[in-house]
Write a protein that binds this ligand. Structure first.
Ligand code: ADP
Length: 366
């Protein structure tokens, strides 16, 4: 089948010049999926058959895609949620490709004004996929335009003001909205309810990530054996994006310090140099744990206080650091704040007394 999926990228520039250029012109900022810069994006799977793991999600979406194609219809609106780097963008691009249609890529923060979203919606062609990354960051005013667009394929907007005010009803082509978010809980119920298909992407197993590393190594022409791929996979925090990043760092190390070939010893050495420990925790993860353990005696500590002490953004801690620490049972979220568990305290060599009380006391809220 010809690879006709194309991606139009709408960026989030925020200035008057952009407003003047208008939404139609913004849409002409295109990038083809086929001409991805060598490096990151050439590792993206391009078909469902190449997409590793998430079997239940892939099976379900494949059925929905095939059924829609069979009916000659567009795909229902879909929402993907889960931590960053798990393949939400990748699967959305695959959907557009498998539906043999165009994907328009934008993000919640880029759609600042109602005019931005009306411009994009009115440019959708029949069957196009509109992909909105970080959809939880849409403003309420912009979000409201999506309600009628998603449900009835029209937008109503007012031009002029006072006595000259006029409501324009703009019919739209039938399109598919795909939303991606790391924070499904922050989506307003009316928006969430308009997605007929909702999928949660979960962390990948070490076995699946070993497969990701082996596949990426073969695309990048990197020599790696199975134990080497396994070491990288087991330190990738369940996340394909991290697995690919670590593979690149290990490749560089192997190239400069060894003969280019990656085995388990080379991978372990390289990751040690990168500050990635046996569980895959990096400097930021450990800084978070150490701050919680040492500055706050294991907690409870509020996220704002932790972010200030660690000199990091709250959002980075909440989206990037905490989900995996919660998953491996190193921290808990309680009504009083974040607490380190005894395994979390042990991992950074902190005294256990506070954590023991924590483990026995308030259970996790997640
Ligand atoms: P998200 O949108 O969830 O942040 P992406 O779709 O951008 O994540 O994925 C990050 C990278 O991880 C991609 O460039 C791709 O190379 C890789 N990746 C993601 N999911 C998979 C998968 N299921 N199989 C193989 N590689 C994957």
């Amino acid at each position: 089948m010809p690879d006709s999926g194309r991606e139009r990228i709408v960026t989030g520039a925020d200035d008057e010049a952009r407003a003047e250029r208008g939404a139609a012109e913004m849409l002409s900022e295109r990038a083809s999926i086929n001409s991805e810069a060598p490096g990151m994006n050439d590792l993206r799977p391009r078909r469902f058959t190449e997409y590793i793991g998430q079997r239940q999600v892939v099976n379900s979406i494949q059925i929905a895609v095939e059924a829609a194609k069979h009916r000659g219809d567009t795909l229902d609106h879909a929402l993907f949620h889960g931590p960053p780097g798990l393949g939400k963008t990748t699967i959305s691009q695959i959907i557009a490709r498998e539906m043999d249609t165009t994907l328009v890529h934008t993000s919640g923060p880029a759609l600042e004004r109602p005019a931005d979203v009306v411009g994009i919606l009115s440019n959708q062609k029949h069957g196009d996929v509109l992909f909105i990354d970080e959809i939880h960051r849409l403003s309420h005013a912009v979000e409201e335009y999506l309600y009628s667009a998603m449900e009835d394929y029209r937008v109503d907007f007012i031009t002029g003001s006072g006595a000259f005010a006029k409501t324009i009803n703009l019919p739209l082509q039938k399109f598919t909205l795909i939303g991606s978010t790391t924070r499904a809980g922050m989506l307003s119920p009316p928006l969430r309810e308009r997605f007929a298909l909702t999928y949660h992407l979960d962390y990948y197993s070490v076995e699946e990530l070993t497969h990701v590393v082996t596949r990426s190594a073969s695309i990048l022409s990197v020599a790696i054996d199975q134990p080497g791929a396994n070491v990288i996979a087991s330190r990738s925090r369940g996340t394909p994006r991290i697995a690919n990043n670590l593979l690149r760092r290990v490749r560089d190390y192997a190239q400069v310090r060894r003969e280019g070939k990656i085995d388990d010893a080379v991978a372990a050495e390289a990751l040690h140099v990168e500050g990635v420990d046996e569980l895959g925790l990096d400097r930021l993860d450990r800084l978070y744990l150490e701050t919680l353990a040492r500055n706050y005696g294991g907690g409870p500590a509020g996220i704002n206080a932790l972010a200030a002490s660690a000199n990091e953004e709250v959002q980075t801690l909440e989206d990037v650091v905490e989900p995996f620490l919660l998953k491996i049972g190193f921290i808990m979220r309680t009504p009083q704040g974040r607490r380190a568990t005894s395994s979390g305290m042990l991992h950074v060599g902190a005294p256990l007394s506070a954590a023991r009380a924590t483990d026995a006391g308030q259970g996790p809220l997640i």
